[in-house]
Design a protein around this ligand. Structure first.
Ligand code: HEM
Length: 340
């Protein structure tokens, strides 16, 4: 009996070895650190004898260089990409479905009207397609470019560990877009994040992305004229001037982080701890008993915001990813599915 058990164990081990070997030792169907290593081979160079020579390219380095160039032209890039990542990952998973053009696609949903950064991802994609066509997915470009833009906006204090190997999805429907609105309650928001596999603490950390970028008066001006709204008196006066009650300034931009609006840092948590949050949901994170402790902890322990935000961002980037050929493809152009 013992011997039989021993024998079947040996067979099981041998079989799994065979399976592993036939897969080239790789784990398909999962994201990996450095997935593109050895996969992007360019053949543009001629060697000394005029023969085509092949060169292995570093995909992550290429993305980083392109992002640096873009960031130099637009320091608000980190804000654009962080929001793009969030709006992509929460609808159909992180599969670049938000990039697809067409009537009734996600891009056209009300919640995506002020999303920016599509052009940046398409430009990076073009560069990569020239070097090694059909290798790097648009979904991975979003994840890598966001990581790099955030690193630049945090002066390299924050570089999240991003795995790659995502495929680009086939489906993009405005009717699938169900993103949280600025007046969502904290408990409803917790539920929405939980549905995506993100914890309460991760939700708080991720809302810390509002440490950069802009909103518009129309998203929060009701708060300015409600006496019971907790808001610093000086800030309220300044914002009332910017966002008149008659709604005439509803498109006026206002920084989400009134402390250091261009830097990815923990300033957002300091601001909401002193009633200087802009959106309802931002201020409620501090007011609500469900999240107040976490906010205070992040504001107090500044040093660990970078690491924890980076980890939460990486986890956001793994929501509902598609990694197999039946789930997705490597698009040639980010705005279109192949052969459509
Ligand atoms: C309950 C969750 C959230 C709500 C209700 C929310 C809502 C909003 C709203 C209303 C705006 C302003 C849009 C405008 O004025 O045009 C905004 C901007 C922004 N959001 Fe969120 N957001 C949430 C979570 C997140 C998360 C998880 C991230 C990223 C990880 C994020 C990143 C950003 C960024 C960076 C901006 C500024 C964009 C820019 O300047 O272009 N948000 N958000």
């Amino acid at each position: 009996m013992e011997m039989c058990r021993g024998k079947s164990l040996v067979i099981a081990v041998a079989l799994s070895c065979l399976v592993l070997l036939s897969l080239g030792g790789q784990c398909y169907g999962q994201l990996q650190q450095g997935f593109y290593r050895g996969k992007c081979i360019s053949n543009n160079d001629l060697d000394f004898f005029g023969r085509t020579s092949f060169k292995e390219e570093d995909v992550e380095k290429i993305v980083e260089q392109e992002v640096s160039r873009e960031f130099f032209n637009d320091p608000k890039l980190a804000a654009a990409l962080l929001r793009l990542l969030f709006h992509d990952c929460f609808v159909e998973g992180c599969d670049a479905s938000i990039l697809l053009d067409g009537t009734g696609s996600e891009k056209e949903a009300g919640a995506n009207q002020s999303v920016r950064g599509y052009d940046v991802i398409e430009r990076i994609k073009k560069v990569l397609e020239r070097i090694c066509p059909g290798v790097v997915s648009c979904a991975d470009i979003i994840a890598l470019a966001t990581r790099d833009a955030v690193a630049l906006a945090s002066r390299e204090k924050l570089r999240s560990p991003v795995k790659t190997g995502r495929k680009d999805g086939f489906v993009s429907l405005a009717s699938n877009v169900d993103l949280p609105s600025s007046t969502i309650s904290v408990s409803q928001s917790i539920d929405k994040f939980k549905l995506k596999g993100l914890s309460e603490t991760e939700m708080v950390l991720l809302l810390g992305a509002h440490t950069v970028g802009m909103t518009h008066c129309g998203f929060f001006q009701d708060r300015l004229y409600r006496a019971d709204e907790p808001m610093d008196a000086d800030l309220r006066r300044a914002l009332q001037a910017r966002c008149p009650q008659d709604g005439s300034g509803s498109n006026n931009p206002v920084a989400l982080d009134q402390g250091t609006p261009m830097a990815v840092d923990k300033s957002y948590f300091d601001q909401i701890s002193t009633k200087r949050g802009i959106l309802q949901i931002d201020q409620d994170l501090f007011t609500s008993g469900l999240t107040n402790k976490t906010v205070i902890e992040i504001a107090a322990k500044g040093f660990d915001f970078a690491v924890r935000f980076g980890q939460a961002m990486a986890k956001l980037g793994e929501v509902g990813v598609k990694t197999t050929e039946d789930q997705g493809e490597i698009r040639t152009t980010c705005g279109r599915v192949n052969f459509s």
